[in-house]
Write a protein that binds this ligand. Structure first.
Ligand code: GLN
Length: 183
């Protein structure tokens, strides 16, 4: 048995996450409507895209509160870019202050090299939010110029960048680590 990871598939960059999760041995399901929430899954990925659109669709489809509750109850979750904004500003399950589109007025897309402890991590930013402040119990996982760009808080991992676009699995492994023990 492998863990089943649900990927929010309303809008944005969800297919790349599914492919990466499958390459790591996971089964993936897509969350497109409230009925999909009744299917069993062990973890959740909230992809990049447009957080205002995603939040509106979640409300309109009656998926917002059930998902928020599952995350608040401890469902392992990885939010990337817009997914970070959902966790911090909409679900409010992640005690982090973010500023949207904070990396300049141009398209705001760039590559950089961050640090995970002493190791380099490739980072791709696309109109990314900046993590401006972190609350209690928030651990930085990846930093760029000493500022956190990926964090962990209990069951939640969130990144300002797009790990699905670079060849580095560490954030996925961090999501899956507690699940793999159960299988
Ligand atoms: N700018 C988007 C937002 O505010 C996030 C961009 C992304 O997910 N790549 O929701």
């Amino acid at each position: 048995m492998s863990p089943t990871i649900a990927v929010l598939a309303l809008q944005g960059a969800f297919i790349e996450h599914e492919q990466r999760l499958q390459s790591l041995g996971c089964t993936t399901i897509e969350l497109r409507q409230a009925a999909d929430l009744a299917r069993p899954f062990d973890g959740l990925v909230l992809p990049g895209g447009e957080s205002t659109v995603q939040a509106k669709l979640l409300h309109d489809l009656g998926m917002f509160e059930p998902l928020r509750q599952r995350i608040a109850e401890g469902l392992p979750a990885l939010g990337t870019c817009a997914g970070l904004i959902l966790l911090a500003d909409h679900f409010r399950t992640l005690p982090v202050t973010v500023r949207r589109n904070a990396y300049g007025r141009q398209l705001g897309s760039f590559h950089a090299e961050g640090r995970w402890e002493d190791e380099a991590v490739p980072l791709t930013f696309i109109r990314a939010p900046r993590i401006e402040a972190t609350g209690p119990g928030v651990e930085p996982l990846v930093t760029l110029n000493d500022a956190p760009v990926a964090v962990r808080h209990r069951n939640q991992i969130a990144a300002a960048f797009h790990p699905e676009l670079d060849d580095d699995n560490r954030l996925y492994e961090a999501l899956l680590a507690p699940l793999k023990r159960a299988y």
